[in-house]
Design a protein around this ligand. Structure first.
Ligand SMILES: C[S@@+](CC[C@H](N)C(=O)[O-])C[C@H]1O[C@@H](n2cnc3c(N)ncnc32)[C@H](O)[C@@H]1O
Length: 308
């Protein structure tokens, strides 16, 4: 924590006992508290988080929030706001507090059983959709390995016409969250769920395989921001090299992918680009592999095209 200016992060709100604080004033206080208590690293981040928190508590969208800046902050929401602020100041990720996270234009329910979907993972969706348009097959068989919240599976099931989507996770808890999200967003039965290790539960050949598996190096994990400790260790831990899980997945691909024409997309960490290329060249010698960068310019996706 940067400072302990008062016992309550919202104590200034009580400055005028006769006039309740407006939503705009509370927004400013929350933003300041988030920054001063060290939950965010700059005021801009504090502003963005304060807006999300208030939208969640007041059940309003951005436009409605800004239109109600002069309205009094509802007294009955004050305890809930304080509780949320305390959780955030203790470094619980904002998205676990609000219970939802946007991904590719849809809201996914998230809690501590699943990784919070990251914006950079949306690139996997763009690449899969582009390949699908270019390939124009009649129906696609798609595998999402390490589905977590179901963000990738539900998005592809919704964006593509009539695909057969299979989602695998080793965590029963994660599959429960994924099932709820996929059924709500894509419809019941649109994704087939499998509990198990990597591709072991899958049968037949696939046209697209997308995998955002644990890839964080142990050392990075130990030095990481405190928020990361709230996310499931099994969703992040890639072992000492970061390659533990990817090392086991890639040798399974030749038996699983359509050998004539198929696509594999792996989300990676920048230091894993070179070992991933070596691994793919060894196990899929005829395939082409391209490493793509995310919006921060960091190597983030291995795109593997298999063609006979
Ligand atoms: C980084 S999270 C990705 C979640 C989601 N796909 C996303 O992009 O937000 C990795 C997921 O892989 C799962 N996982 C880890 N090891 C696995 C394995 N050997 N087989 C299947 N799933 C695994 C974890 O439980 C976790 O849900």
């Amino acid at each position: 924590m940067r400072s302990k200016r008062s016992n309550s992060p919202l104590s200034q709100q009580q400055a005028s006992p006769t006039r309740p604080a407006s939503i705009g004033q509370v927004l400013f206080q929350v933003r300041t508290a988030l920054f001063e208590y060290g939950a965010v690293s700059d005021e801009e981040e504090g502003r963005a988080e304060a807006e999300i928190l208030l939208q969640h508590l007041l059940s309003v969208g951005t436009t409605e929030l800004f239109a109600s800046m002069r309205s009094p902050f509802p007294a009955e929401q004050r305890d809930a706001l304080l509780a949320a602020l305390v959780r955030r100041i203790r470094h619980e990720p904002l998205r676990y507090i609000t219970g939802s996270c946007p991904f590719y234009g849809r809201e996914f329910n998230v809690d501590a059983r699943v990784l919070i979907p990251r914006p950079e993972t949306e690139q996997l969706i763009d690449l899969a959709l582009a390949w699908a348009v270019e390939s124009n097959p009649e129906s696609l068989r798609i595998a999402d390995i390490g589905t977590g919240s179901g963000a990738i599976a539900a998005t592809l099931a919704t964006e593509l016409p009539m695909p057969e989507v299979h989602a695998v996770d080793i965590s029963r808890d994660a599959l429960d969250v994924a099932t709820g999200n996929c059924e709500r967003l894509a419809g019941a039965g649109c994704v087939v769920f499998h509990e198990g290790d990597l591709t072991a539960p899958l049968k037949g050949r696939f046209d697209i395989l997308v995998a955002n598996l644990p890839y964080v190096q142990l050392k990075t994990l130990e030095d990481a921001e405190p928020e990361l400790a709230h996310e499931p260790r099994g969703a992040l831990d890639g072992g000492a090299s970061g390659m533990d899980v990817i090392d086991r997945l890639v040798p399974q691909l030749p038996a699983l992918m359509n050998p004539q024409h198929s696509l594999v997309l792996l989300e990676i960490d920048p230091p894993l680009a070179a070992p991933t290329i070596t691994l793919v060249e060894k196990h899929l010698p005829g395939a082409s592999i391209t490493i793509l960068s995310d919006f921060a310019g960091l190597a983030r996706v291995a795109e593997i095209r298999i063609n006979s």
